[in-house]
Design a protein around this ligand. Structure first.
Ligand code: UDP
Length: 328
């Protein structure tokens, strides 16, 4: 049985769907601070609990005979992490220590963990590989890097086997259109643009056009949520087959500027998107594009949604039918 922390969140809920579709047993653990109970796949046991509740984590592990954990429960907003670092260090760093404490005490050895492209910061390089220097420009990225570092130590001391997946920009929605991205307030680029398209928002603010990129707006590598989910399952299989602890980038290897994302969205939806230039958001590096060769080579992972059009059109299926997310 796999314990999925943050399994009611955006990435977690899609991963749980994917696991269920492959008949793999999971239990979701989430405090619903940002997650949605509606997003949890039918028939999946759900424990409403906090990551700091070591006793509840331990009893959940025992009750469901948990042998591995996929850990999503974390705050993930670059901008907010800069204005409220305490929230991020407390929840992400101390929260992960609490989970590791419960796992160590219950003898759970396998962990797949969501790390981030934000651990790299501005590398100034083309494609970022796993060997690129990790110098986060945001507190959020710093928290993820710290988690990676102490997992290494837990491996050495307690034999924890982990895979850290460094996601680039997660986007898109489940093919059914039944679950998708829904944050409140929304801060992510693609959902915000699609809220302009579905009429629930007036315009998209472009955070500065003065970055050192061809059109002056930030470049990111967008990766479909179902492709991310598939990577988690492969990573767990790898660990259970005796694989050593490691880390992998997860991206498509193609960078798109903010303006390009807006242009592609206009083409996909057929709707003109109103835009305005706004000041920079602290913590944002100019360019983040992944080389995912390592996970392709070692785990046979391959993104199925390899174009921005296909990613945005799957997101549009969700946003056009759920203009207010999970709220009725
Ligand atoms: N962005 C923007 N306007 C917005 C939201 C985001 O221009 O309203 C930019 C942001 O500066 C970044 C990119 O879009 O360069 C992706 O941001 P997002 O928050 O989606 O993901 P992040 O890169 O922070 O993980």
């Amino acid at each position: 049985m796999i314990l999925v922390t943050g399994g009611a969140g955006y990435i977690g809920s899609h991963c749980v769907r994917e696991l269920k579709e492959r008949n793999i047993d999971v239990v979701v653990y989430d405090n619903l601070s940002t997650g949605h109970v509606e997003s949890i796949a039918e028939g999946v046991p759900f424990i409403k609990g906090d990551i700091f509740d070591v006793e509840l984590l331990r009893s959940t592990i025992r009750k469901y005979n948990v042998d591995s954990v996929i850990h999503f429960a974390a705050y993930s907003l670059v901008g907010e992490s800069m204005s409220n670092p305490a929230k991020y260090y407390h929840n992400n760093v101390a929260g992960t220590l609490s989970l590791l404490d419960a796992m160590t005490k219950e003898g759970v050895k396998y962990l797949v963990f969501s790390s981030s492209a934000a651990t790299y910061g501005d590398t100034g390089e083309g494609l970022i590989t796993e060997e690129s220097p990790q110098r986060p420009t945001s507190v959020y990225g710093q928290t993820k890097l710290m988690m990676e570092q102490f997992m290494q130590d837990y491996d050495k001391a307690y034999g924890l086997k982990y895979v850290a997946l460094r996601y680039f920009n997660a986007a898109g929605a489940h093919a059914s259109g039944e679950i998708g991205e829904a944050h409140n307030p929304e801060t992510h680029l693609i959902p915000i643009i699609l809220q302009v398209a579905n009429g629930t928002r007036d315009h998209i603010g472009i955070f500065d056009e003065d970055y050192p990129t061809p059109d002056g707006t930030c470049i990111r590598d967008y990766i479909h949520i179902t492709d991310l989910a598939d990577a988690h399952i492969r990573a767990l299989d790898y660990l259970k087959a005796g694989g050593r602890s490691t880390h992998y980038n997860l991206g498509n290897g193609n960078g798109f500027s903010v303006k390009e994302v807006i242009d592609v969205t206009e083409r996909v939806t057929g709707i003109k998107i109103k835009r305005a230039i706004e000041p920079r958001r602290p913590g944002d590096p100019a360019t983040l594009v992944a080389s995912s060769e390592k996970i392709k080579r070692e785990l046979g992972w391959k993104p199925r949604y390899d174009s921005l059009e296909s990613i945005i059109s799957s997101a549009w299926k969700w946003h056009s039918t759920h203009p207010h997310g999970y709220e009725k």
